[in-house]
Design a protein around this ligand. Structure first.
Ligand SMILES: NC(=O)c1ccc[n+]([C@@H]2O[C@H](COP(=O)([O-])OP(=O)(O)OC[C@H]3O[C@@H](n4cnc5c(N)ncnc54)[C@H](OP(=O)(O)O)[C@@H]3O)[C@@H](O)[C@H]2O)c1
Length: 291
């Protein structure tokens, strides 16, 4: 059964529907005529196992879990709260219920499950070794899903951006518009990811009857500094952007220095990921109003 027919037959539940990715995913699925239940914390609090047990949402649907504790720095002080959302008992109960009902779980994870010490792209099977609390909670979520026996796709992604919501592209669009000069870190390397491209890829993975762990990002790689310069140039701003080191901007949570995810498993199933400069140019044309 193709994704469209599976999704048409079963419908989709998008949890975290008001988030950056959830919003793009709901729009995409609705545009394809899929019956979508857009759920957020009010409809189902995934941090509450009891709420998940009692939920009347259809467990035989294709579930896209875009709900997450995404405050990387906040997770350092509130790891138990972050774990409850990202990899706790609520997720375990959800997996068990989806398994029992014959549904499918498409779950989104992160490059932060790796330590960032590699010098070549991380393969899907490389050992998880998170260096911060957020990564630990997301790694725990992956294990919960893998051990549950449900039909799942775990899609790890990185550096998400969209025309809406709070993200690096929108922040740089504002800062390069409003400031004459700016410093951006140049010693962290990764792969930006358009949330809309990720949404399309998740649906394509379902369509291709994918199961297991996949990496989904834009193609190419860069540092935050290079990414910021591309935002500035794409918008025709004239702000001077200067490279700096992570050490110059200490944050509560450590960041992986190298978080390039290997895309070969995904690309062999659903085709090549467009370069981040292509996806970025498309997003910059449609930026929602900045403050
Ligand atoms: N953003 C990135 O750069 C990035 C990078 C790598 C991976 N990821 C992963 O990609 C996925 C999507 O990220 P995103 O940036 O779209 O996230 P986001 O914008 O922060 O959205 C997360 C959504 O989850 C909801 N949520 C939080 N706690 C919940 C709970 N207990 N029950 C139900 N819903 C809850 C949030 O609702 P509230 O607004 O009410 O909290 C929000 O709607 C996440 O799994 C994230 O870990 C993101």
């Amino acid at each position: 059964m193709t994704a469209d027919s599976l999704l048409i037959a079963r419908g989709a539940v998008v949890l975290g529907a008001k988030g950056m990715l959830g919003r793009g995913l709901c729009r995409l699925l609705e545009g394809r005529g899929v019956s979508v239940i857009a759920a957020d914390r009010d409809e189902l609090d995934i941090a509450s196992p009891e709420a998940v047990k009692q939920s009347r949402l259809p467990m035989d649907a294709v579930w896209f879990n875009c709900a997450a504790w995404t405050n990387v720095d906040g997770a350092e002080e509130h790891e138990a709260d972050a774990l409850a959302v990202n990899g706790g008992e609520g997720l375990a109960v959800l997996c068990a219920r989806i398994k029992e009902a014959g549904g499918k779980l498409v779950h989104v994870s992160t490059d932060y499950v790796f330590d960032g010490k590699a010098t070549k792209p991380y393969g899907v099977d490389e050992p998880r070794n998170p260096i911060g609390a957020y990564g630990r909670t997301k790694a725990a979520g992956e294990k919960v899903i893998e051990q549950s026996g449900c039909d799942f796709i775990v899609a790890r992604t990185s550096w998400l951006y969209a025309p809406w919501a709070n993200n690096f592209v929108r922040t740089m669009a504002k800062l390069t518009r409003d400031k004459d000069e700016l410093k951006v870190v140049d010693d962290q390397r990764g792969r930006p990811t358009s949330a809309e491209h990720l949404a399309r890829s998740l649906v394509s993975l379902v369509d291709a009857e994918g199961s297991g762990v996949f990496h989904v990002t834009d193609g190419g790689e860069c540092t935050w500094f290079e990414f910021a310069c591309a935002v500035r140039d794409g918008l025709g701003h004239t702000c001077v952007v200067k490279p700096c080191t992570t050490a110059e901007f200490p944050r509560p949570a450590p960041r992986p220095a190298y978080s390039v995810l290997d895309l070969s498993r995904t690309e062999s199933l659903i085709g090549n990921m467009p370069h981040w400069r292509v996806n970025l140019a498309d997003v910059l044309k449609r930026l929602e109003p900045l403050d």
